[in-house]
Design a protein around this ligand. Sequence first.
Ligand code: FE2
Length: 368
Amino acid sequence: MTNSMGINCYDFIEFYVGSAKMVAYWYAKALNFEIKGYKGSEYGTKDRVSYYLVKNDIKFVITSYINPASYDITSYLNKHGDGVKRWAFRVDDVTKSYEYAYNHGAVPILEPHKLEDEFGIVEKASIKIYDDTEIVFINYDNYKGIFQPGYYEPIQKIETSANDSHLQFVDHIVGNVRHNEMDYWVDYYCKTMDFERFIYFGPGDISTKFSALLSSVVRTKDSAVKIPINEPYKGLKKSQIQEYLEEFYGSGVQHIAIASDDIIASISALRSNGIEFLSVPDTYYDNLKARNLEISEDIDTLKKHGILCDFEGDGYLLQLFTKPIGDRPTFFFEIIQRRKKSEGFGQGNFQSLFESIEKDQDLRGNLV
Ligand code: FE2
């Protein structure tokens, strides 16, 4: 199956943050990204500054405001704190994708337009998703520059960390939405971008002793991109999704899953760079051993690094979640390695993981 939107893959993800220079430094040193491009006053952009970072096929843009009149950034930061403002899908034809989305009910943000400089033309357009987030349709077929017009060589050289993080590409981007909003956004993806729902976790499927959530995963019909959406569900105490919604002040991106080609090397490198991960009890690995499943990795090695393992059909996946990376308990990363064409999201790990998240939620005084 192809997808009628001409979506090829995830492209860049842009974060709005309080201090782009410092956050870019963190991505270079902690996650092993290379700072490839820069947009700022030295190159004629006066109201904002952006760093363009790359690790294999992952592209991040880290943006801060310079001028307080940059309301798109200041209002976002004031309300949500640091977070994902927009992500892009690379498409065959920006106008065609935008018009399909618009004609099927997408809320427009930016109509198709061309950005041009001496290196060529980039075409882009964007639509709304969740509260203050955007999806960009982008095409670089006629562009040879570093990233997009306005971006040039970084002024300040920041060396990337020495140990390779083995991070390869964006596997999925997850949204957290309010009670009764999940089906609205599932329909939005399906109608406006020709996605289909392929996984649904209903009441009782994902819950701990105290809290619960609902989850759906949508994808393009050729599986080029997958997007899970979570909604809080009533439990004895506050759902972790509800905590996100209250701390983020609305709906938005909860986590980005990044695929690794060697998760043991990834976790080892990231831990030594100071990244904090969720931890699971030792009994998790006793249970894993008792199941006698066929995996290439040594279970004691997985235990040493705290990596989780989940099976689905013939395939399996290895995964681990960081703690929230910023000041608020909102956005975090997942590191994932899929084996034997696994298409799952670690549902077998939900119980242990959510209990681990709840422990931290309790520490923050938000498990009430
Ligand atoms: Fe995930």
